[in-house]
Design a binder for this molecule. Structure first.
Ligand SMILES: Cc1cc2nc3c(=O)[nH]c(=O)nc-3n(C[C@H](O)[C@H](O)[C@H](O)COP(=O)(O)O)c2cc1C
Length: 189
């Protein structure tokens, strides 16, 4: 089994999403030491914005090949300006490729990569989960669910730590809960 571990937070050692994604990968590889992990750090090795050359490359991109070869993808992301980091968007621009991960049919678009499992570690400064006044402007989780669904991954798992900007105590509590959830993570059925 192949696992692709992606991080996109720019905050290095202080990153909550990196700590949570690492805890998820640790739980999965402890349960199954045979899992082969590939690491992609989109902050350390940022991909340029998409260009027509990259989009039209007949051989595809290494990022797409790496994604297609993976069974499980663990993605760490912080919410930046209400959505995902642009580093992660640049990666998604190389993964959502017509004819490879989705195709258009007479009855609409069809996702082509349904058998992959995706787990997202998402950190947010504010409170955006259902019931909060800001829920309507949550465009990180919603966007990821939309693009993953578009390529056929209907049920991504999210481990969310939110309210991290509400003070050290609130941050500690939210991150501890997310790390506890990450620590018991199994590959989703
Ligand atoms: C550039 C930047 C933009 C941010 N924008 C938002 C935002 O729109 N909403 C929010 O709730 N938090 C925002 N935050 C706070 C982050 O979501 C929060 O610090 C989170 O922990 C980031 O993930 P990380 O700890 O893995 O870096 C922002 C942080 C940064 C650095």
């Amino acid at each position: 089994m192949k696992l692709l571990h992606i991080d996109s937070s720019i905050t290095g050692e202080n990153s909550a999403s990196r700590a949570i994604s690492a805890a998820i990968v640790s739980a999965l590889t402890t349960a199954d030491p045979a899992i082969e992990v590939t690491r992609r750090d989109l902050a350390a090795d940022a991909l340029p914005h998409l260009t027509l050359d990259v989009l039209g490359a007949p051989e595809g991109t290494p990022e797409l090949a790496e994604f297609l070869a993976s069974d499980v993808i663990v993605i760490g992301a912080g919410m930046y300006n209400f959505t995902i980091p642009s580093q992660l968007k640049a990666w998604l621009d190389r993964v959502l490729i017509a004819g490879q991960t989705f195709r258009y049919t007479e009855t609409g678009p069809v996702g082509l990569v349904g058998d992959k499992k995706v787990i997202v570690a998402l950190a947010r400064g504010g409170l955006y989960s259902e019931g909060n006044p800001s829920a309507a402007v949550e465009h990180a989780e919603k966007y990821l669910r939309a693009v993953l669904g578009f390529i056929g991954i209907d049920n991504p798992t999210f481990v969310v730590a939110e309210g991290l900007a509400s003070g050290p105590e609130a941050r500690e509590k939210a991150v501890a809960q997310a790390l506890a959830d990450a620590g018991t993570m199994a590959i989703p059925a």
